[in-house]
Structure formats: C-alpha cells, structure tokens
Ligand binder design. Structure first.
Ligand SMILES: [Zn+2]
Length: 442
C-alpha cells in the first residue's frame, strides 16, 4: 500500500526552500543573469520539487485523510474478523493491512502531538496568537463544535474571551474525535475562502498587470518591462497560517519557487497584501549560483544551478556561511528598508485604499531621504534594479551605487550599517528617534 503522506515536521520543512544536494564549498559563487537559460532551468526544477513538498494545503486535511484511511482499514479488519466472505483476503494482503493499521495509528498520534504543539506554540507567540484566536472563533460560532468541547469539559464559559483561555489551557486534553471535528470544520472554511481567493486573484492580477504596464509606459514606475512576465509564472495561493510559518504576518514571497503565499487570516486588506507581495516579486535581484550536476542532486539528468538570491529589492542576504570573523560582512541587511519601499510602492498603486503594514519603516526611509536630500525616486530605482552581468563592473547596479554614495556622503560611512543594527536590536521607533534627534538637516 502506498503511503500518501509520510509524516514530516511540516513547519520547518515547508519554508526551508528547495532540496539541495551537497555543494562543493570550494567552488565559489558567481553572479548569474536572471535572463540566462541555466537560471530559468534551475527555477523550473525548484518549483517542481516544491510542489511535492507542498502536497497538502492544510494540516486539517492531513489529519482528516489519516483518520478516514485508518477508519476504513479498521472496518475491513472488522469484516474479516466477523468472517465476511467478501473480505477473505489472502495472507499477504492481511499482513499488509495489519501493518498499515499499525503505522497509521503511530502517524496519527504523531500528527495529533504535532497539532497540539503547533497550536500551543502559536498561542504563546505575540503576533501569531491572532491565528489561534481566529481558529477558536470558527469553533465558537459553530454550536455543534462548541457542544463537543463543552461535553469534554475543554471549555465551559459562554464568554468568548474566557472560553478561549480555557481552550488554550485544556488543548492537550482534547479527544481525537474533537480534533478531527475541529480540523474538518477548519478545512471546510479554508476551502471556501481559498476558492473565493482564487476568484479574486483571477481578475485582480491581470488588472494589476495592465496597470503596471501602463505605469511603465508613462514612466511613472522605473520597472524594466522585461520583468512583468515574472507574473505569468508566479503562483499566488492562500495558505493556512496554522500550518505554514510566514516571514511576514500576512504572507510571504518565496523567490526560489516564484510563489506568493497569503495568509488565510490576513490582517488588513487582502488586495494590499497581494500588491505588496507582488512588488517583492518584481523587485530587482542579484542572483548568485554554483552549478550542480546530476551527481550532486540526484534528481534529474541535467545540470542544475544552486541559485541563491543575494539581493532582493533593497534587502541584502549574503550567501557565504557565517563565521565569527566574517559575521559583520555576511549579516543580512536592510530588511526594514526593503519593506518600506515595498509598502510605499503598494500605496502608490492602491492610493487611499491601501492598508499599510510598514508605516514606521516608511517614516524612517522618508526621513533619511529628506535629511540627505536624496529624491525618494532614487530609492525606488535602486529597488527595481536587476544585476547585469554584461556591462562593466561598476555599471551593474548603478542606481544602488549612487544611492549608497549619497547616503554615505550625507551621514558618514558606516552609518547605514549602524542604523540597520539599531533597527534589528532596538526596533524601528528607536532608529527613527536616533535619526530625528542626532542628524540635523544639512
Ligand atoms: Zn514584505
């Protein structure tokens, strides 16, 4: 019997990127052209692998399938036990059936434990507990489910807030039946929302594309028109935040798979989040890679590129392994600035309808631009710049080069890195205060 869904530690697994074979660390990374054939092939292969990893949309779905398969195996076993001639399996088949029942029971108990851990962990997380609260709302508004939980003495209060506290407190005592009912209800709701989401995507993305294409033509957005076809292969899905850990509260752009995932429990306006993530997808890139052969990856017959993105928009993610001596040089930088520009551009497209997620980051970016007297558009141009391999070295990302020089001239060299450290260590508000108080307009 083929096992459909092997147990896996889903949370770590889903977001770790494509499977990569051993790489020879001696072989240096080289900068890669995004338009090159080798890069395109590596992208295709990456998304193929990812499809397999993302086989199940929601945790509830897996639990549900596991239970129904176990139920049907147990029903067959019962028929055999009762001597039903229709179920007289040959010996080998019966052994297979028994084995599958045993392993399904083990997997199921692992699934349940994983589900309990996920819910418990998320409920303790300051930002992510909102997802567990949303899950509880689904239960609380379903009288049949609520009754099950009351009968099991998981909750007793009729007050939602209080009942939520009891739910978290007693979650480890929930029976399998109740878990399956909760998961089934959650899955139904997710599937309905997901279908609605797909409808929105089907009409909204072509509209956005037409809008962007006009904005490029009119010179309003400094985007290279060759970048727009990225949207054709971009997949945009709704995902369950109880299952997937996103980098941002509302979703994530997964560059290695050219995929946007949007949280089922999106905070704020859905279109704002979609446009935000789409700008991440359209932003400029510096790609580095090493060639892997079939021997390295054992997946296909052809050579694949171990492609990484050293820069996405204005965010820099160095690729070499961290060592204490090189820590400074290889620390990822300017996530806040990249998010600021992404949300700033989103607001330009949606205007008054935009729901912002990075107001403080935008404030800091505009403060820098104002104090250094750098046009905001230079940041935007640098954000969209793709690394070019076919021009002399210092012309490969000229806008970033210009921006960096002007920032250094205005604030002194080393300032931007110190500011980034301050954002990471003390938060964005502290950094704003620092720039407001200590750097007078020149
Ligand atoms: Zn973002």
């Amino acid at each position: 019997m083929r096992r459909l869904n092997e147990p896996s530690h889903i949370l770590g697994h889903l977001d770790s990127g494509p499977v990569r074979g051993p790489v020879n660390p001696e072989e240096p990374y080289k900068k890669v052209d995004a338009a090159s054939q080798e890069y395109k092939e590596s992208q295709e292969l990456s998304s193929e692998i990812l499809k397999d990893q993302h086989g199940l949309e929601v945790f509830g779905g897996r639990l549900f399938e596991r239970v129904s398969r176990l139920d049907s195996s147990l029903a067959i076993a019962e028929q055999i036990q009762a001597g039903n001639p229709a179920y007289s399996l040959i010996r080998a088949e019966r052994e297979e059936l028994d084995k599958s029942i045993e392993s399904d029971k083990i997997y199921l108990s692992e699934d349940i434990q994983e589900m309990r851990d996920v819910i418990t962990d998320l409920s303790k997380d300051q930002t992510k507990s909102v997802f567990v609260k949303k899950l509880f709302e689904e239960i609380f508004t379903n009288s049949a489910l609520l009754l099950i939980l009351k009968n099991e003495k998981i909750v007793s209060s009729d007050d939602k807030e209080q009942a939520y506290g009891e739910f978290i407190q007693n979650f480890s005592l929930i029976s399998l039946e109740a878990l399956v009912a909760i998961a089934g209800n959650h899955l139904d709701i997710f599937n309905k929302k997901s279908a609605e989401f797909n409808k929105v995507i089907a009409t909204f993305v072509p509209q956005l594309r037409a809008y962007l294409s006009q904005a490029i033509e009119k010179g309003v957005l400094p985007l290279e028109p060759e970048v727009l076809p990225r949207l054709d292969s971009l997949s945009i899905k709704m995902r369950d935040p109880l299952l997937s850990a996103f980098e941002e509260i509302n979703g994530e752009f997964r560059i290695w798979a050219n995929e946007i995932v949007i949280s089922e429990y999106t905070v704020g306006d859905l279109k704002s989040n979609i446009v935000h993530e789409i700008f991440h997808a359209l932003s400029g890139r510096t790609i580095v890679g090493r060639n892997l052969t079939f021997e390295d990856i054992r997946i296909g017959e052809f050579e694949m590129l171990d492609a990484n993105h050293q820069r996405i928009g204005l965010r820099f993610v160095p690729m070499e392994p961290n060592s204490p001596a090189l820590a400074e040089k290889y620390t990822p930088r300017f996530r806040w600035l990249n998010e600021a520009l992404t949300d700033y551009l989103m607001q330009r497209v949606l205007g008054a309808n935009a729901s912002m997620s990075y107001n403080s980051e935008i404030r800091l970016f505009r403060l820098l631009a104002e104090k250094a007297q750098i046009p905001e558009n230079l940041f935007v141009e640098a954000y969209f710049e793709n690394y070019k391999t076919d021009v002399p070295r210092d012309e490969r990302i000229p806008k970033w080069k210009e921006l960096w020089e002007r920032l250094n001239k205005a604030f002194g060299s080393g300032f931007m890195v110190r500011l980034d450290q301050l954002v990471e260590e003390s938060g964005i508000e502290e950094a704003i205060k620092e720039v407001e108080e200590n750097f007078l307009p020149s």
